[in-house]
Design a protein around this ligand. Structure first.
Ligand code: GLN
Length: 552
């Protein structure tokens, strides 16, 4: 039924399940991504996948304060932020098939039930829900995919993830142990008073797993410090795992170091041998260059992130990683200063907040909180020639600020924040065309996924990208109002990129003759950034910030 899915003939896409024990937040996502990178570097064709036990259909409607960033794929899926790690490590764009929630599974099962597809059967968790899960686990199997690494969210023993665990057990049974392995990521706590590393929580996590019929093939031990051989041997004995499959993964100075850590521990070779895949010697390639850069960072630069979700840095995870990547390109370590936009009320408070910073980002966001502070800060940065990158909501604020303070339209606003403004410089396309908008489904009124833009020759944007044809991913409802385009341009705000039909504003900028770096985009370039390949607007911001620092 599900065994081979997209596979024809002899080829079987193999599966590695990554699961977590003891506590959450151990870095299962980074572990999965790092293993994926290592296999890729050995010529193995890898895809990744995240299974989230929550009932939301996708994280699109979740509060960023609770769930962190919503990552967007090329094909417009709103996904868990772990997909961002997968893409940054693997260097391969993933599709909506890489992100699965219980909500999607149940939605599909219920749709089938209503459509009579179960032919009158009693619909149950086993087999109906587990079959649905198995289908999604194997959906990326294809002749050009050697391995799927599937991370199961949550921790062993959670009620929510039980159906996923059961489905994974069945997949192993169907594919055979030579085609499917389990990697447990677990915690080894260090107790200060007796100076001891404790293995019991990991043993108990393995006992719980066994009750579900799963025996791990490898255990990645997360710890504040390196794990000595004796502890690994104890875990191997007590948990019935090959000692070569017990690896130490102490906290690293950068997440991008983790592939090197796991390589030194031999996890990739161990997994490859278990799965009987042919492989080449590792070729570090661009990752090797990245590690070199990490070893040789020789300057520091501080960028202010002026937003509303600053209490939970995960809400801007990809922006932060994209800024770091911009830093790597210049051998600079990027420090982030989290600035609550609500505190940016006057020039004095803005200067106080931006103390020690050499550039700023106004990132994406929804709702009116913090907007006036973002607009104030953008005006201050424009007047004081302070480097600026605006992303999505950030670009909309750039336009509102320019319309208010340069065009003199004092009530210019987005209809998102002020539906009755007489100058809706930002509005939905329906509002711009005066069509009544909306179907009431919060999940489906957005421009989502990858869209092309055409850049003006010789603009800052086209010089940064080195081309006039670019694509970036989007996630927003509102657009620059085309009716204000000419007025904005005539007043000096260059619209340097639009959709191919010219209707949608994609990039705006100030003339580099008048401001060293003031650029904003409607897309989210952070989603396509890679640690070894900084996205142009971030690279440009760090470059401008380093120059600002020199002049300070
Ligand atoms: N709230 C704005 C919109 O919906 C911006 C969205 C964003 O920054 N991702 O258009």
């Amino acid at each position: 039924m599900v065994e081979h899915h997209g596979n024809t003939g002899e080829h079987v896409t193999k599966q590695i399940f990554v699961i977590g024990g003891v506590v959450s937040s151990l870095g299962k996502g980074i572990t999965s991504s790092s293993l994926g990178r290592l296999l890729r570097s050995r010529g193995i064709r890898v895809l990744q996948q995240k299974l989230d036990p929550y009932i939301n259909v996708d994280p699109g409607t979740m509060n960023p304060f609770q769930h962190g960033e919503v990552f967007v794929t090329d094909d417009g899926a709103e996904t868990d932020l772990d997909l961002g790690h997968y893409e940054r490590f693997l260097g391969v764009p993933l599709s909506q098939r890489a992100s699965v929630s219980s909500g999607q599974i149940y939605q599909n099962v219920l749709r089938k039930e209503r459509a009579g597809e179960y032919l009158g059967q009693c619909v149950q968790v086993i087999p109906h829900v587990t079959n649905e899960i198995k289908e999604r686990m194997r959906a990326q199997a294809a002749d050009d995919v050697d391995v799927i690494i599937t991370e199961i969210g949550g921790t062993v023993g959670d009620i929510e993830s039980q159906a996923f665990m059961e489905a994974a057990r069945q997949i192993r049974r169907e594919l055979g142990p030579e085609n499917c392995i389990f990697v447990l990521v677990s915690l080894i706590p260090y107790l200060r008073a007796p100076h001891e590393l404790k293995t019991k929580p990991t043993q108990q996590a393995v006992m719980l797993l066994r009750q579900m019929g799963i025996i791990p093939d490898a255990i990645v031990l997360r710890c504040e410090q390196d794990i000595p051989e004796a502890i690994k041997e104890k875990i191997a004995l007590m948990c019935d795992v090959d000692v070569n499959g017990v690896v130490s993964c102490p906290d690293a100075s950068s997440i991008y170091e983790v592939p090197r850590v796991l390589y030194n521990e031999g996890l990739d070779k161990y997994a490859i041998k278990k799965l009987g895949i042919s492989y080449q010697d590792i070729e570090w390639g661009e990752w090797g260059d990245l590690l070199n850069r990490l070893d040789n960072l020789n300057k520091n630069v501080t960028i202010a992130l002026v937003g509303k979700y600053v209490d939970l840095p995960d809400a801007y995870l990809s922006v932060v990683e994209a800024l770091k990547a911009g830093g790597f390109a210049h051998l600079a370590k990027v420090n982030i200063k989290w600035v609550d936009a609500d505190r940016c009320t006057t020039d004095e408070s803005i200067e106080e907040q931006l103390e020690g910073c050499d550039g700023l980002v106004v990132p994406g966001g929804f709702g009116s909180r913090g907007i006036e502070g973002m607009i104030n800060t953008l005006r201050w940065a424009r007047e004081n020639k302070f480097p600026v990158l605006g992303i999505c909501l950030g670009m909309q604020c750039v336009v509102i600020e320019y319309a208010r303070n340069i065009l003199g339209l004092a009530d210019a606003n987005s209809t998102e924040f002020e539906p009755n403004t007489s100058n809706p410089v930002i509005a939905t396309m329906e509002e711009q065309k005066s069509i009544v908008a909306g179907n009431g489904d919060m999940g489906h009124t957005m421009r989502l996924g990858s869209y092309p833009a055409i850049l003006k020759e010789n603009s800052l944007a086209s010089r940064l990208y080195g081309t006039t044809n670019v694509t970036e991913r989007h996630r927003h409802r509102y657009e620059v109002n085309i009716n204000y385009k000419d007025r904005l341009e005539n007043a000096g705000l260059t619209i340097s990129g639009t959709s191919p039909d010219g209707e949608l504003t994609e990039f705006v900028e100030l003339d580099p003759e008048t401001h060293p770096y003031y650029i904003a985009t409607q897309g989210h370039p952070e989603f396509k950034s890679r640690p070894y390949a900084a996205r142009p607007l971030f690279d440009g911001l760090i470059d401008a910030a380093l120059k600002h620092q020199e002049q300070r």
